[in-house]
Design a protein around this ligand. Structure first.
Ligand code: PBG
Length: 324
């Protein structure tokens, strides 16, 4: 036998061979596109730190949904910018709140679209924390009731799935039982199970106007140093009835996605967050990287690590690229 005995390059010599043995693929239906909904009419405002991402008024959603569906992107996740904020985030569960209006609009004008809602209070509280407060601390147990009310109001408005992102202990079971008591047993919960206290959320907080007015989120979001704790968080959510487990952010936490993939048999989602998007956009704008290739490589790496579903601001761009 001549050296080298095995030549991996044999199977890389042309695109047909490469495609034949490709282990990981990306498809548009695995992508979820985040939408920011704002009050008013005819509004489409670009988020300065997220080029290509817009805050939209409710009347703009129909066109947005049509664009997504035409590209094969079949699900969106909604974030709301309410007219008014208060200490307990009442706007989150208001019957005619901004997200509730957006759900109805989407279900009326684009019924094939899967509408997921982010369930959290931080966009609705005047202090910007993810729950109601006692002193300067977020009150876990009092917040649970508000989150469950919010999830229920989304389901009542027609949401297909709810996604709690608050990181309160016990919220999945509280939401599950509230939905079930109200005959919404068919509404799944995609839990932001492993959500780190990350600086990568910076641009999102501009977009959704939800930066905490004092302190930070480290008393409820996870310490970036921890991975065993991620398994514990995920186990709790499985036990409480989560249907999908999410890891967030994605790229700096590929090891966590991979560990969850190995340990759990539920579908895994990963949120490629605002800062991850903004970094690629900024470097590309400077001409330092090839935006499309870096986007595709990044999203593929998240799939390769084990995510079934990717929430990303690149959803439409990626779908366009896949379509060729
Ligand atoms: C709400 C929420 C946040 C994100 C998703 N849901 C912000 C935060 O926790 O501070 C971040 C998404 C992104 O950065 O793209 N709690």
């Amino acid at each position: 036998m001549v050296f080298p005995e095995y030549r991996p390059r044999r199977m890389r010599q042309n695109e047909n061979f490469r495609a034949m043995i490709r282990e990981t693929r990306l498809a548009p239906e695995q992508l979820v596109y985040p939408l920011f909904v704002m009050p008013g009419k005819g509004k489409k405002e670009e988020v300065s730190s997220m080029p290509g991402v817009f805050r939209l008024s409710v009347d703009q959603l129909k066109q947005e949904a049509k664009d997504c569906l035409a590209l094969g992107v079949r699900s969106v996740i909604l974030f709301g910018l309410p007219e008014k904020k208060d200490a307990v985030g009442s706007g989150a569960h208001a019957k005619n709140g901004i997200v509730q209006q957006a759900i109805k609009e989407l279900k009326n004008t684009a019924p094939e679209m899967t509408v997921i809602t982010d369930v959290c209070l931080c966009e609705y509280t005047d202090h910007g924390h993810c729950g109601c407060l006692v002193g300067k601390e977020v009150d876990n147990d009092a917040t649970l009731e508000l989150l469950a009310k919010t999830a229920l109001s989304h389901a009542q408005a027609g949401a297909d799935m709810v996604a709690p992102s608050d990181m309160m202990d016990g919220r999945v079971s509280e939401i599950r039982s509230t939905l079930d008591e109200n005959d919404f047993h068919n509404v799944p919960i995609m839990a932001y199970s492993v959500k780190y206290a990350s600086a990568f959320y910076g641009p999102f907080r501009d977009a959704a106007d939800c930066a905490p007015q004092f302190g930070d989120r480290r008393s409820y979001q996870m310490d970036p140093a921890n991975s065993r704790e991620a398994l514990r968080e995920a186990t709790l959510d499985v036990d409480e009835g989560a249907d999908i487990l999410m890891v967030k952010p994605a790229v700096a936490y590929l090891d966590i996605i991979s560990r969850l993939r190995d340990e759990f048999d539920l579908p895994i989602a990963a949120y490629h967050v605002s800062g991850e998007y903004a970094m690629i956009k900024a470097a590309a704008a400077k001409g330092w990287i090839d935006e499309q290739r870096v986007m595709a490589e990044t999203l593929l790496s998240i799939r390769r690590a084990g995510a079934d579903i990717i929430l990303t601001y690149f959803a439409k761009d990626m779908a366009r690229l896949l379509r060729g």
